[in-house]
Design a protein around this ligand. Structure first.
Ligand SMILES: [Zn+2]
Length: 91
């Protein structure tokens, strides 16, 4: 019996990956979780599509930030809307 799971960490599933999508894109996850999500997205086409869409969205928002005084609130509204559409799994 070993206490160490470092070498045999189970890959995360889609639900876990998508749930962490926004934190991942904001780089608010720790290094281990970042790596887990990256690994999942690299081999899961469905999640990759989600992540790339979210990433383009954030980039577009960031690019237009100077024109949008309330970008943070706007982003929050869009993220919430996406979540309602099932973009992110409910925790
Ligand atoms: Zn997936």
């Amino acid at each position: 019996m070993t206490l160490s799971t470092e070498l045999e960490r189970e890959p995360i599933d889609c639900r876990t990956a998508v749930k962490q999508l926004w934190d991942y894109l904001d780089r608010e996850l720790d290094a281990v979780r970042m790596a887990e999500v990256t690994a999942h997205v690299e081999r899961c086409a469905a999640c990759r599509e989600h992540f790339q869409f979210a990433l383009s969205f954030l980039r577009a928002l960031s690019a237009s930030r100077s024109d949008v005084p309330d970008a943070a609130a706007l982003r929050l509204r869009v993220v919430e809307a996406l979540k309602r559409e099932g973009f992110s799994s409910d925790a």
